[in-house]
Write a protein that binds this ligand. Structure first.
Ligand SMILES: Nc1ncnc2c1ncn2[C@@H]1O[C@H](COP(=O)(O)OP(=O)(O)OP(=O)(O)O)[C@@H](O)[C@H]1O
Ligand SMILES: [Mg+2]
Length: 368
C-alpha cells in the first residue's frame, strides 16, 4: 500500500488538447478517493498518468514519497481496471485473471493461490474454466476486477468499472468493492461520473471539471459546503435549487431577496450585492398557505410566512417524496419524507427555507 502525492500535474495531448491543468492531489495510504466529473473532464487521463500509460507535460507523481514520474507502468506496482471491458476472449476466466501475474513472472503455485482467493472473494469459483463470452456482463466485470485484485498492488485505479451494468448489479458490485477495500485497505482511486457511486464509495471525493480539480473533500463536505456553483450543481440528487437574487444588508439584518422570495440570513457573512441562493431539497419545509377566509396576510412580518408557491407536481419515489413548486422567482423542489402530508398539485403552499442550510454564491460562482 502506498500514499500518493501529485503536484502541478498537467497533460497536453500531441493534438493540442489540454486534458489536465496543474492537478494537486494528496492521497493517504489506504485511502479511497472517488473522482467525479462530467465526460471529457480528464478523469481517465489522470488515471493513465498515475499508471504510467501517459507522460505528463509538467508536474510530478510520487508514491510513498518516491518520485515515480519517469517510471514505466510495470515498475509502478499499480493495477488499473480500465473503462470498458478488456478481457482476452480466447482465454478462460482463470487465465484472464492469471495473465498479469504470469507477465510478472510470479511463481505458478502462488498465481494459482491468488486466483483462487480472488475468485472466492468475487464469487467466480464456478466460472474459472469458462471463456468471457459464456459469462453475463456482471460476471465479466467481476473478472476484470479479479484481474486487478490478484495483483495485490500498492494502488488500485478503477476507471468507471461499473458503468456498463444495470442499476441492481451496480449496487451489488459497489457493496463488493467497498467490502474489498475494508478487507485489503489498498489505496484506491475510483473514477465515475455517477455522483451516488462517488459519495458512497469515497472517503474523499474529488470533483473535476475541464481538466481542473474544483474541490477535494469528504463526501459530506462536498455536499454540504460545495466550493462553488459547479460542485453544488454536480453533486446531489435532485439537483440543488438555485435562485438568482440579491443580498441586502440593512439595520434589521441580512436578507436574500428574489422576486416573491426572501430568506433572512443569520450573521454578517455576506455583503450587499447580487448572489445566487442554493437550497437542497431537504432544506425546504412546506406548510399550508393561510386560507383566503381571513387568515394571516400574505406578507406578515413578525414571524409570518414570507414565501408562497404553487405545487406543480408531486413525485413519489418510495422512501421520499419530491414536491415541485413554482413561484415568481422560478422553480424549486422540496423533499418530504411523509408522503401522506404531500400537498396536492395546483394548491398553494408556504415555503420555509432553512436559513442555516442556505448556501450563497457570488457572481463569480464561488461560495460566499
Ligand atoms: N489520446 C488522446 N489524444 C488526444 N486527446 C485525448 C486523448 N485521450 C483523451 N483526449 C481528450 O482529453 C480530454 C479528457 O479525456 P478523458 O478521456 O481523460 O476524459 P474523461 O473524464 O475520462 O471522460 P469520460 O467520462 O467520457 O470517460 C477530452 O477532451 C478528450 O477528448
Ligand atoms: Mg474516461
Amino acid at each position: 500500500m502506498a500514499s500518493l502525492t501529485i503536484a502541478g500535474l498537467s497533460l497536453v495531448y500531441p493534438n493540442g488538447t489540454r486534458a489536465l491543468d496543474s492537478i494537486e492531489l494528496a492521497l493517504a495510504d489506504g485511502g479511497f478517493l472517488a473522482i467525479l466529473g462530467p465526460s471529457g473532464c480528464g478523469k481517465s487521463s489522470l488515471l493513465r498518468l498515475i499508471a504510467g500509460l501517459e507522460t505528463p507535460t509538467a508536474g510530478t507523481i510520487a508514491m510513498n514519497g518516491r518520485d515515480v514520474t519517469s517510471l514505466e507502468p510495470k515498475e509502478r506496482d499499480v493495477a488499473m481496471v480500465f473503462q470498458g471491458l478488456a478481457l482476452y476472449p480466447h482465454m478462460t476466466v482463470e487465465e484472464n485473471m492469471a495473465f498479469g501475474l504470469l507477465a510478472r513472472r510470479t511463481p505458478r503455485p502462488e498465481i494459482a493461490e491468488r486466483v483462487r482467493e480472488a475468485a472466492g472473494m468475487l464469487g467466480l469459483e464456478r466460472h474459472l474454466a469458462k471463456r468471457p463470452r459464456e459469462l453475463s456482463g456482471g460476471e465479466r466485470q467481476r473478472v476484470a476486477l479479479g484481474r486487478a485484485l490478484v495483483r495485490r498492488p500498492q494502488i488500485y485505479l478503477f476507471d468507471e468499472p461499473l458503468s456498463s451494468l444495470d442499476a441492481q448489479l451496480r449496487q451489488e458490485l459497489r457493496e463488493e468493492l467497498a467490502r474489498l477495500h475494508r478487507l485489503t485497505r489498498t489505496t484506491s482511486i475510483y473514477v465515475t461520473h455517477d455522483q451516488k457511486e462517488a459519495l458512497s464509495l469515497g472517503d474523499q471525493v474529488a470533483v473535476m471539471s475541464a481538466g481542473s480539480l474544483r474541490q477535494v473533500a469528504s463526501p459530506e463536505i462536498v455536499y454540504r459546503q460545495p466550493h462553488d456553483l459547479f460542485v453544488a450543481r454536480f453533486v446531489g440528487e435532485p439537483a440543488i435549487n438555485l435562485i438568482e437574487g440579491e443580498i441586502t444588508v440593512e439595520g434589521s439584518g441580512t436578507t436574500f431577496r428574489a422576486p416573491g422570495f426572501r430568506v433572512p440570513l443569520n450573521g454578517a457573512r455576506a455583503r450587499s450585492g447580487p448572489a445566487t441562493l442554493g437550497l437542497r431539497a431537504e432544506a425546504i419545509a412546506l406548510a399550508p398557505a393561510p386560507g383566503r377566509d381571513g387568515g394571516r396576510a400574505d406578507s406578515g412580518s413578525e414571524g409570518g410566512e414570507n414565501v408562497f408557491a404553487t405545487v406543480d407536481r408531486v413525485e413519489h419515489l418510495g422512501g421520499e417524496t419530491l414536491v415541485h413548486l413554482r413561484g415568481a422567482w422560478g422553480a424549486l423542489v422540496a423533499r418530504i419524507h411523509d408522503a401522506a402530508s404531500a400537498p396536492s398539485p395546483g394548491s398553494r403552499v408556504a415555503v420555509r427555507p432553512d436559513p442555516t442550510r442556505a448556501l450563497l454564491f457570488g457572481p463569480d460562482g464561488a461560495r460566499l
